[in-house]
Design a protein around this ligand. Structure first.
Ligand code: DON
Length: 569
């Protein structure tokens, strides 16, 4: 008898927890377990937050494919990771299907129709940096909802849009327990958020501590509109009206028409080879794919393993490749719908070999002497997903800076991106990440701002997914993905070790090697300085999420630099 009632109770609990999609637990989600390393055979999600990882894995277990799980993760991050997860931002998806189909989806934000190249300059032509970074004028037209809608319509196996969004609605409605990192993050921006929004918002009603419950009723309503009406629930009707009215009343320029007109685009991926592995990565409007291809090309003639991880010789070689590629980035890269990016020429292997001809193994080449090669003209988040059939998704998605523009759009409960700062607001003037740009990346109506996001899938020699990787980190994204790929392919690391390894970065200008504190020994630093490099330590670089597929097994590495969580089944 006792046994029987235990069985009934267990069944009831299972019903509550495993209930499909719409059956919900009407209480806050607080049970977090963060794992940095995971193994499995049937599916894996590695994301910046344990709630998002759980939501994605649940979808995989219910028979959804990697795209279904990714859509659920994207919406979950919009609730549990407001510093970067978003419906007020945009992103890029790289997809590889078990049938060998390759696709890249661009759901990057676009400049509103009333945007113009001088919109962040004062009467004397000097940049007013705050305007492109904070508040209602800093936002591009968000692309995330349209991106997820298009991915769903093209690739969903579950064919149940509602089930992909419902867990996020519940989390927004009934609340999520804050991790220490989220609590600290929200407290850290509370003051500027209050200034920008002229008062308290749902994100800063008080000082948060770990375990406090964040409830977001307006965001829940916005998500319900998206659940019930698909992309139109966001880009047309009541929600679109509220978004536009709020932004315009606070000094922005985004109209309902801008929202209705937003389109995500399927793009031709960048495909190149590194040591026989096919690399599938993101084309413009990201610079990530081109620069990553160039960096890998520059490594190919060298025996990376024998040079040694973080040795003087290898660090010097990587830095010299980085400064040359980032010089190209600043001149040649922008939205290819608006500017003729010389893509083919830039990803030719011989082009990079040529660029590296003046590489001197004993001396730094000052960036002042490095120009672009051709003569023509923090906070983001990444997740990697693989399903049981071997479909793989690599998505990097962003609001740009931490908590984007910190502008909470009234009545709809989400934070607007500050992606407009990724344009070159004036030629030669550095953006948030110290990157400079020119004509190729000037502001134009309807144009997408240049990105560094580099979601990437590397295939093994049988053309099956081998590495699914990406990271946030602004300009350091490309060099972090680059280092992780070398860590795995050349240095033979497993997934958790490859994402945890210390990192460094060079981006042409400023002419400086940035390193994490624990990267490069004193001796290596001294040797590099003697060769003419300038080195400075900075905080953490990137939060890489990687999955390695090998011998039928999935191995995940979640970056120890954050709350990042890898789980498999
Ligand atoms: O698209 C880009 O390159 C930037 N908006 C990414 C910003 C970012 O990664 C911030 N993360 N820490």
């Amino acid at each position: 008898m006792k046994n029987k009632s235990f069985q009934i109770l267990s069944l009831f609990i299972v019903y509550l927890f495993v209930g499909f999609g719409c059956k919900t637990i009407k209480q806050p989600f607080t049970e977090y377990s963060i794992t940095k390393s995971a193994e499995g055979r049937n599916g894996m999600v590695v994301s910046a937050h344990p709630f998002a990882t759980k939501v994605g894995l649940d979808i995989l277990k219910k028979g959804g494919n990697a795209v279904d799980a990714s859509i659920a993760v994207q919406f979950a991050l919009a609730v549990c990771h407001p510093t970067a997860g978003n419906i007020g931002g945009g992103g890029f998806m790289v997809y590889y299907s078990d049938k060998g189909e390759i696709a890249t989806l661009d759901y990057r934000e676009k400049a509103p129709a009333a945007a113009h190249k001088d919109m962040y300059l004062d009467a004397q032509g000097n940049p007013i940096t705050k305007l492109s970074l904070d508040g209602a004028l800093a936002g591009g037209v968000p692309g995330t909802v349209e991106g997820m809608w298009q991915a769903f319509n093209r690739y969903s196996k579950l064919n149940n849009w509602k089930a992909l969004i419902q867990p996020s609605i519940d989390a927004a409605e009934f609340g999520l327990g804050l991790t220490k990192r989220e609590a600290d993050g929200l407290n850290g921006i509370s003051k500027s958020m209050e200034e920008i929004n002229k008062g308290k918002t749902v994100f800063n009603p008080k000082t948060w501590k770990e375990g406090d419950i964040l409830i977001q009723p307006e965001l829940a309503n916005t998500l319900k509109a998206i659940r019930d009406r698909g992309r139109d629930g966001f880009y047309k009707g009541d929600i679109a009206k509220k978004i536009s009215q709020s932004i315009i009343s606070d000094g922005g320029i985004m109209t309902e028409q801008d929202l209705a007109d937003y389109d995500a685009k399927w793009r031709e991926p960048i495909i190149t080879f590194y040591r026989g592995h096919k690399i599938i990565t993101m084309p413009p409007p990201s610079s990530g794919g081109i620069v990553l291809a160039q960096l890998l090309h520059a490594m190919e003639p060298h025996n990376i393993k024998s040079l040694g991880l973080h040795s003087t010789a290898l660090t010097h070689l990587m830095v010299e490749a980085e400064r040359r590629s980032y010089a190209d980035r600043s001149t040649h890269m922008g939205d290819s719908d608006f500017y003729p990016v010389p893509l083919k020429a830039l990803i030719e292997k011989n082009y990079t070999f040529d660029r590296m001809k003046d590489f001197d193994p004993s001396k730094a080449s000052p960036s002042a002497n490095i120009k672009e090669g051709l003569r023509e003209s923090e906070e983001t988040t990444h997740f990697s997903v693989v399903d049981k059939d071997g479909n793989a998704v690599s998505i990097t998605t962003t609001l740009n800076g931490g908590y984007g523009s910190k502008y909470v759009v009234k009545g709809v409960g989400f934070i607007l991106n500050n992606e407009m700062d990724d344009f070159s607001v004036k030629p030669g003037v550095p953006n948030l990440y110290g990157l400079i740009g020119a004509e190729a990346n000037k502001i134009e109506p309807g144009k997408r701002m240049l990105s560094s996001m580099t979601p990437t899938i590397v295939l093994n020699k049988d053309e099956k997914p081998y590495i699914v990787v990406g990271t946030p980190g602004g300009s350091t994204i490309i060099t972090s993905v680059f280092q992780t790929i070398l860590n795995i392919i050349d240095h033979g690391m497993d997934a958790p070790t490859s994402v945890a390894a210390p990192r460094f970065h060079h981006q042409w200008l400023p002419d400086m090697i940035y390193t994490e504190d624990n990267c490069l020994t004193e001796n290596v630093r001294n040797e590099l300085k003697k060769m003419g490099h300038t080195i400075t330590s900075r905080g953490k670089i990137g939060r890489v999420e990687a999955i390695i597929l090998k011998d039928g097994k999935l191995q995940g590495g979640a970056d120890p630099r954050g709350d990042d969580d890898a789980k498999a089944y």
